[in-house]
Design a protein around this ligand. Structure first.
Ligand code: SF4
Length: 122
């Protein structure tokens, strides 16, 4: 049975409100998108929703005890808690360099977790 619901497109800062009609994963109609990327976003959201993840990782011997990290690409939304659990268990050694791979492909999705700043050792 078709369902109509509102979604906010998060592809760009415009944040268009979309009215989406779909039946399960099948998109039937989308209105309110200012550009074609809105429809692409809805299709992905219905079939394979993904998000970027930013958090911190423990650092041994560093100037600070944590370093900010983020995923190199969006990861499947249903696996975010699994990813966060793996990141929480990790501890790396200082020094840390910006863009250093902190966790290599922790979900087996081809997406590394990388440092977003330098962290010198003390
Ligand atoms: S529909 Fe286009 S303009 Fe609107 S938020 Fe999405 S990407 Fe931005």
């Amino acid at each position: 049975m078709p369902v109509t619901e509102k979604m906010i497109c998060i592809t760009c800062p415009m944040g268009c409100t979309l009215e989406v009609t779909h039946e399960g994963e099948t998109l039937l109609n989308v209105e309110g998108n200012t550009c074609p990327r809105g429809e692409k976003y809805v299709k992905e959201e219905l079939t394979d929703p993904r998000r970027m993840v930013a958090t911190t990782v423990k650092v041994k011997g560093g100037l600070h005890p944590l370093v900010p990290v983020y995923t190199q690409a969006p990861v499947p939304k249903p696996r975010i808690f699994e990813l966060l659990a793996k990141i929480r268990q990790a501890e790396i050694e200082a020094p840390v360099e910006i863009n250093q791979v902190v966790l290599e492909d922790p979900l087996g999705e081809g997406v590394n977790v990388i440092a977003s700043r330098d962290l010198p050792e003390v």
